[in-house]
Design a protein around this ligand. Structure first.
Ligand code: PLP
Length: 494
């Protein structure tokens, strides 16, 4: 691989490989005061040389990391239609507010009396999330959607045990998110899969069949991973409740419901939201995120502790909650993410969240309408905030979903989610979010339609894509089977 100075076009050596013996990141004039030898003060606690530590100039360091930063494709580059992930624009005002020194300099162990502003923000955000979901209780502790799921199921377990009716299993429809079964297993439940009907929705008759007194809960994703609203949701909740079970809703994709429909009103007992999706806080690269849970009054005593409470004009953390499942996260969760999310709610204003839902659904359906003549739709139920095509129509060309995703990069787009959900063979899951203009939606659709044409006229160009990126197509099998995770200096593993 050629090396050069433009990160996007050339490869970048490791910082270790840029090292030159004796080169330093700073040099200062000789001090004009007596210098104390650190060893005199600290003895053998002074760290000596670090073997293999890179010796580089400040300039080398800055350029190295700056160039690497240009390799990222971010939401500030352009459309990022990664389905299920809601790669929504992160408004810069959120960032500005999250950097207020009053928030950043506050110690997490400061007494409540010195942290009133932060506690008020958490309380107000909690109230907003309760209002949006139609629920009675909230915890901001979980730091990811999956951790929210874990927390909610733990609360279900605690509630059923308090009723004297501990149960063994959780029903999970095949249209649920992949993290759902993992969360159930982590809580000691056995997973019972439930097949969707021909339209990709829950079938109450099948549920009635599956639901018995050993089932603690149903864990469903709504809108489900096909981007479809569960129309029979009220009946589904009723069936589960009648047999003594509870309903967990994965609300990571609330982008399609917010301001329109409230899970607390259609029978959900506990759910989580992904602030790093619907509420415009940054995500990707492993965090930080925030996956608050909201719940009914019945489940409220089981929320993680402490919870923020308001007494008159004052706010405090309430630790004395004997039925609580305990802590799921140190301190108060990812507080900085909560600041961004609260800022987003306020900036959207009354009606703004509802309008964003409408636009998210409109944008997904615009793409659906433009691409439907060119790509196959396995489920024809109406789409909400995302649309799932597959590669069936291109079968005879030999071009697959993976090829299409790679070719999209040549047209300057981040690929869509591929091969998920698993119930659609060769799935391409496209979620534009409400942020995209008509022009950017058109540019994306034009690229997709061009690729479909290329598949018929010049399939090789699609199958060998990408052609314009720094690195061409990776050997994905080798990357998975033989990953190189460690740099080895001079042939010796450190
Ligand atoms: C993203 C997502 C999750 C997982 O959220 P994380 O924050 O990545 O843990 C769970 N369920 C659904 C439906 C999602 O879209």
């Amino acid at each position: 691989m050629r090396q050069g100075t433009k990160g996007l076009a050339f490869n970048e050596p490791l910082i270790f490989e840029r090292s030159k013996p004796g080169r330093e990141a700073f040099s200062l004039p000789e001090p004009d005061v007596p210098v104390v030898d650190p060893a005199e003060l600290l003895g053998d606690r002074v760290r000596g040389e670090i073997d293999g530590f890179p010796e580089v100039s400040e300039n080398d360091v800055v350029r190295h990391f700056f160039r690497l930063s240009t390799w990222n494709y971010g939401i500030d580059h352009g459309m990022y239609p990664l389905g299920s992930c809601t790669m929504k624009y992160n408004p810069k005002v959120n960032e500005a507010v999250a950097r207020f020194p009053g928030f950043t300099a506050l110690h997490p162990l400061a007494p409540d009396s010195l942290a009133q502003g932060a506690l008020e923000l958490m309380w107000r955000l909690g109230e907003a999330l309760k209002e949006i979901t139609g629920m009675a209780g909230v915890s901001l502790q979980p730091s990811a959607g999956a951790q929210g799921e874990f927390t909610g199921l733990r609360m279900i377990r605690a509630c059923l045990e308090a009723r004297g009716d501990a149960r063994q299993s959780v029903i999970i429809p095949d249209s649920a998110h992949g993290t759902n079964p993992a969360s159930a297993v982590l809580n000691g439940y056995e997973v019972r899969p439930l097949a969707s009907d021909a339209r990709g929705c829950l079938d109450p008759a099948a549920l009635r069949e599956a639901m018995d007194e050993s089932v603690a809960a149903i864990m469903l994703t709504n809108p489900n991973t096909l981007g479809i609203f569960e129309r029979k949701i009220e009946e589904v909740c009723r069936i589960v409740h009648e047999r003594g079970g509870l309903v967990y809703m994965d609300g990571a994709n609330l982008n399609a419901l917010m301001g329109k429909s409230r899970p607390g009103e259609f029978g959900v007992d506990v759910m989580h939201l992904n602030l790093h999706k619907t509420f415009s806080t940054p995500h990707g690269g492993g965090g930080p995120g925030s996956g608050p849970v909201t719940c009914t009054a019945e489940l409220e005593p089981f929320l993680p502790r402490p919870v923020v409470v308001r007494e008159g004009e004052a706010y405090r953390l309430e630790h004395d909650r004997p039925q609580s499942i305990g802590r799921v996260r140190s301190f108060n969760g990812n507080f900085g993410i909560n600041v961004r999310a609260f800022c987003y709610v306020l900036a959207m204003g009354p009606g703004g969240l509802e309008r964003s839902t409408e636009l998210a659904v409109l944008n997904a359906n615009y793409i659906r309408a433009r691409l439907a003549p060119h790509f196959h739709l396995e489920y024809d139920a109406p789409s909400l905030h995302e649309v799932i095509f597959d590669d069936k129509l291109l079968k005879e060309t030999g071009v697959t979903t993976l090829d299409i995703a790679k070719r999209l990069m040549d047209y300057g787009f981040h690929p869509m989610t591929v091969y998920f959900p698993l119930i659609v063979h060769g799935a391409m899951m496209i979620e534009p979010t409400e942020n995209e203009s008509r022009e950017s939606l058109d540019a994306f659709c034009d690229a997709m339609i061009t690729i479909a044409e290329e598949a018929r006229t010049d399939p090789e160009i699609v199958k060998t894509a990408p052609h314009t990126t720094r690195i061409r197509r990776l050997d994905e099998v080798a990357a998975n089977r033989k990953p190189v995770l460690r740099w080895v200096m001079g042939g010796i593993e450190k």
